[in-house]
Design a binder for this molecule. Structure first.
Ligand code: ASP
Length: 324
């Protein structure tokens, strides 16, 4: 028996409809004018602004997303991405990231240590190796070969937070999911209709060493197909992996759903299959079709995303399925 009442937050959807255009099926898509960039959470605003500098000058969406997420990766105040990211339970900051272009080229790094910009390393994996994914020691060796420099990612305030956590060493990502995660996933459509995406994170705070979330997994944390659209995620990575979340959203768009309807359908299906096992967890989906229409939806309230279009940069609330 499900103890929770379902609420569909129509208010969120109404405001979205005004911004992102009609929920048209794939065959009726009308291209939005100019480039569009979206990213998860409110720190996406600064990231979008950096991406926009490239997009507005007729640059490539892939360059835009890499430059965009480099901002929170370098920002020590963001405790869920790059420098200053919360470590695992052993005090090691391990980063996950992936990147994908409109032609299904993709690259990824998992459990990468000591490098501030894992998304840039993921792009090198895509462009300079015959592989899609490198992990751990091998990813670090590759990054060094490519000229990336090591830095101390465990900055003093984050080390202090880890030492505080160690006093109880209690790992339960469910009740405090607001506090210990927040990946940045970004999707951009450039002036030449090329769509790219990226996803980068330090993952769940206090995770087991070696834990890899959804963020570097193509199809889970990110999926892009220039023929259709792209999707990216945030939330509890284990949940996104079990439903191949981003790929599921893109396939729903391929079958004719708008980005909004696709995100909703995937969250609803997840909840239908998982029921009580989903309670207390968060699943946040963000999608854009190859005409620049955007949708977002989450299981629980609280998910916001940043959208930049025609130079306007703003944070919007996503609709959601369940009350807390
Ligand atoms: N999805 C990320 C992970 O599980 C966390 C997050 O989005 O905040 O590693």
């Amino acid at each position: 028996m499900l103890s929770r009442k379902e609420f569909l937050r129509l208010s969120g959807l109404v405001s979205l409809a005004g911004v992102v255009g009609k929920s048209a099926g794939a065959s009726q898509k009308k291209r939005k004018s100019g480039p569009v960039v979206v990213s998860t959470w409110d720190f996406g605003l600064q990231a979008n602004a950096a991406a926009w500098e490239i997009l507005k000058n007729n640059g490539y969406a892939l360059d835009a997303v890499e430059a965009g997420v480099a901002v929170p990766e370098r920002d020590p105040r963001v405790t869920s991405v790059g420098l200053g990211g919360f470590p695992d339970r052993d005090g090691r900051v391990t980063l996950d990231a992936c990147i994908m272009d409109e032609q299904l080229n993709c690259g990824s790094v998992a459990c990468l240590e000591h490098i501030v910009h894992p998304a840039a390393v993921a792009r090198r994996v895509m462009e300079k190796t015959p592989h899609v994914m490198l992990s751990g020691e091998g990813a670090l060796r590759f990054a060094l070969d490519q000229g990336f420099k090591t830095e101390n990612l465990l900055i003093p305030q984050v080390e202090a937070a880890w030492k505080e956590w160690l006093k109880k060493a209690d790992y339960n990502p469910q009740p405090n999911w607001e506090l210990n995660h927040d990946t940045i996933g970004m999707l951009a459509l450039d002036k030449q209709n090329r769509l790219s995406g990226v996803c980068t994170t330090s993952g769940m705070a206090w995770k087991m060493h070696g834990r890899v979330g959804d963020s570097p997994i193509i199809g889970a944390g990110l999926y892009v197909d220039g023929e259709v659209g792209g999707a990216t995620c945030s939330g509890l990575g284990e949940e996104m992996i079990r439903i191949a979340a981003s790929h599921s959203v893109v396939e729903a768009m391929r079958s004719g759903k708008s980005p909004q309807a696709a995100c909703e359908a995937v969250v609803r299906r997840y909840y239908k299959r998982r029921g009580e096992l989903a309670h207390g967890k968060q699943v946040c989906l963000l999608a854009m079709d190859n005409a620049g229409n955007v949708g977002a939806f989450s299981l629980m309230p609280g998910f916001v995303y940043a959208i930049t279009h025609e130079g306007k940069n703003e944070v919007r609330k996503a609709g959601y399925l369940l009350e807390k």
